[in-house]
Design a protein around this ligand. Structure first.
Ligand code: FE2
Ligand code: FE2
Length: 231
């Protein structure tokens, strides 16, 4: 029996991965290495991270991993943007708008979690890049909601691009995963545009704005099951 201080036996694949890792550390610290999924060396592609030997047919290809990391960053920005909008509504004492938008931000964080989990599940590496600073001031509640709607349209475009890219790689696992976001974006665009249209009807009528604020304040809390369920 092996004692506690003895090094565990290495499989040929693990030995190969360790050799690659040592070469990277010695020759070019921090350099990206080629992922060799045939040997289950997914984590070797990320010398900045820990070493984990993984095998399987669903490992992320580096180019898809990069795309999903960009989406991860965009979802973080979405949350950042919506919390900035929440703060703006708070400054106007529009508590209902503020409540609605804070829930929107929370939904985005669930999207972030969903991507985080998926990248990890496929032996990818989540990369944390700088999140762009959002605007802090808008001209009016209508301008805020128009900006939110435009942002959701941008997110939809990006999601569609990722799906097309995944298809070009024959990466059906990513396609299936992203389909949840495709469906989600239909609702995201619709609810934002609905409020835009109501604000256009309201115009300068403060009484009507008050009533809409009351309505938005009734939005139920985010359902984690619905937002972060299996995809
Ligand atoms: Fe999102
Ligand atoms: Fe969204």
């Amino acid at each position: 029996m092996r004692g506690p201080t003895q090094e565990p036996a290495r499989s040929p694949a693990r030995t190969y991965c360790l050799t690659l890792r040592e070469e990277a550390d010695n020759n070019n610290p921090g350099a990206e290495m080629t992922k060799d999924s045939s040997l289950g060396c997914a984590a070797v592609a990320h010398p900045v991270g820990g070493f984990t030997e993984r095998k399987g047919t669903n490992l992320l290809k580096p180019e898809m991993e990069e795309r999903l990391n960009e989406q991860f960053n965009l979802e973080l920005y979405s949350a950042y943007l919506y919390y900035a909008m929440t703060a703006y509504f708070e400054s106007l004492s529009l508590k209902g708008f503020s409540h609605w938008m804070s829930l929107q931000a929370q939904e985005e964080l669930l999207h972030v979690s969903k991507l985080f989990q998926h990248i990890n599940d496929r032996a990818g590496r989540v990369v944390f890049n700088a999140v762009e600073a959002p605007p802090n001031v808008w001209e009016s509640p209508l301008k805020v909601m128009e900006a939110a709607y435009a942002h959701e349209c941008l997110v939809s475009e990006r999601i569609n691009e990722e799906v097309s890219f995944a298809l070009s790689l024959n990466d059906h696992t990513s396609v299936t995963f992203l389909q949840w976001f495709v469906a989600e974006q239909v609702e995201e665009e619709s609810v934002a545009d609905d409020i835009v249209q109501k604000l256009k009807i309201i115009g300068d009528n403060s009484s009507a704005l008050f009533l809409l604020d009351q309505e938005l304040g009734q939005r139920p809390a985010v359902s984690i099951d619905a937002e972060a369920g299996d995809a």
